[in-house]
Ligand binder design. Structure first.
Ligand code: 6PG
Length: 484
């Protein structure tokens, strides 16, 4: 049997797993390796075995024996049944007190369930969100671990060693117990969907609306990346728009089929929002926009039908083009901030529902680097906004964001109006503005909704002028009101 020399193990050596294992080794960890098919382990050893201290294992027994106590293993296999199977196998070879970490994109409710079951057997179970894709796994991801505070004592320093660093601070924190880490990762992905969609909407307005070419729009995004929109997603968008297809010489974006895929984390964010009563409308619109795009046949039928539309581009009516492009930037920024505000509120609602103590300032801090939505300037501001004992109820109430959105709202409206007139869909721009206006409105038409509910279903209503619950006898003469 192997000597126990490894302080961490990785199970599942596909690209994410092997990159994470290499990252761990690069930072002085001794890493036990296991993969269901040993050929993958051999491949990693052949290609990268000299990069650090690895202990390859052919069996899980060997893997367990090579780990120092408490044994700590990160599972990097597919979410769902493969994760359950791996946990069950690990339980066979691990001992109470050992730590099992799930680094996949698992649904937080599965993590809550698994944590309970695994803990009952005496092990620690940590669901850990890992963001940053393959590159992040290798060079520094943003990490969102849940689980017990005790497991964090062992795991924390290991995760700190491999996480992305911003101003020397590792992009990892103990998010909360059981499924809190995967919950926050889920919301991260929901925000990622909205962020990608608002970029797409801005692109569409500039491309179809103003007739700019991909290259020129790439320049605009590169410029935007120098200001408060500075982010990984804007940066890669500029790069993509500048890229030409090798085969045809056309802009790369023009040869890609416009059906957006999704693996489910955005949908979970919206489903969970609905369950918690959290209005994550911007994220929802981003998910639906992908769904609509992928309804290929329906869209082809719509083309055949020739559904009527304005059939014109954006008419600037003498307005300066550069000024309108700046309006689009402001609309993008404002919509993005609303998506963040909704996502962060969902984290608060989830924390209440599931009993977690989640520090939003810390969440924003660890999203500054490593992850897909990283945006140092914006997330520095959000970190600040939620610091201290008296955080705002919404990101939109933080003085910095309140001011900047207040100053952007005219531009935001102008852009949406122009897009609507030109028949260009802007689901997240529009939905975010509707959320903002809904929040601002002193009176909402939901008074009428309540009246209708009372009319057809005796669902009762409250009055603005006195306490109590009331019902109107709508069918009776004079429609008398009674206290319900
Ligand atoms: C990350 C990404 C990562 C992955 C998503 C994409 O944080 O590194 O979010 O988790 O790219 O699974 O999801 P879709 O396939 O649903 O776009």
């Amino acid at each position: 049997m192997a000597e126990a020399t490894a302080n961490i193990g990785v199970i599942g050596l596909a690209t994410m797993g092997s990159n994470l294992a290499r990252n761990l080794a690069h930072h002085g960890n001794t890493v036990a390796l296991f993969n269901r098919h040993y050929s993958r382990t051999e491949k990693l050893m052949n290609e990268h075995g000299t990069e650090g201290n690895f202990v390859p294992a052919e069996t899980l027994e060997e893997f367990a024996a090579s780990l120092k106590r408490p044994r700590t293993a990160i599972i990097m296999v597919k979410a769902g049944a493969p994760t359950d199977a791996t946990i069950a196998q690990l339980e066979e070879v691990f001992e109470p007190g050992d730590i099992i970490v799930d680094g996949g994109n698992s649904f937080f409710k599965d993590t809550i369930k698994r944590e309970k079951e695994v803990r009952a057997k005496g092990f620690h179970f940590v669901g850990c969100g890992v963001s940053g894709g393959e590159e992040g796994a290798l060079n520094g991801p943003s990490l969102m671990p849940g689980g017990t505070a005790e497991s964090w004592k062992t795991l924390g320093p290991i995760l700190q060693s491999i996480a992305a660093k911003v101003n020397g601070e590792p992009c990892v924190t103990h998010i909360g117990t059981d499924g809190a880490g995967h919950f926050v990762k889920m919301v991260h992905n929901g925000i990622e969907y909205a962020d990608m969609q608002v970029i797409g909407e801005a692109y569409d307005i500039l491309r179809r609306g103003l007739g700019m070419d991909a290259e020129e729009i790439g320049d605009v995004f590169a410029e935007w990346n120098k200001g408060d929109l500075d982010s990984y997603l804007i940066e890669i968008t500029a790069e993509i728009l500048h890229h030409k297809d090798a085969e045809t010489g056309k802009p790369f974006v023009d040869v890609v089929v416009d059906h957006a895929g999704m693996k489910g984390t955005g949908t979970w964010t919206v489903q969970t929002g609905l369950e918690c009563g959290s209005p994550v409308a911007a994220i929802g619109e981003a998910v639906f926009a992908r769904a609509l795009s992928s309804h290929g046949e329906l869209r082809e039928d719509a083309q055949k039908e020739g559904l009527a539309g304005p059939n014109k581009t954006i008419d600037l009516a003498g307005e300066d083009k550069a000024a309108f492009v700046e309006d689009v930037r402001k609309a993008l920024f404002a919509s993005k901030v609303v998506a963040y505000a909704q996502g962060l509120n969902e984290i608060q609602d989830g924390a209440k529902e599931y009993g977690w103590d989640i520090n939003l300032s810390e969440v924003a801090r660890i999203w500054r680097g490593g992850c897909i939505i990283r945006a140092q300037f914006l997330l520095d501001r959000i970190t600040e906004a939620f610091r201290g004992d008296n955080p705002p109820a919404s990101l939109l109430f933080d003085p910095y964001f309140e001011k900047i959105i207040g100053e952007s709202q005219d531009a935001w409206r102008r852009v949406i109006v122009r897009a609507v007139e030109a028949g260009i869909p802007t689901p997240v721009f529009s939905s975010s503005l509707a959320y903002y206006d809904g929040l601002r409105s002193k009176r909402l038409p939901t008074a009428l909704t309540q009246s209708q509910r009372d009319f057809f279903g005796a669902h009762t209503y409250g009055r603005v002028d006195k306490p109590g619950v009331f019902h109107t006898l709508w069918a009776e003469e004079g429609k008398p009101e009674i206290e319900a």
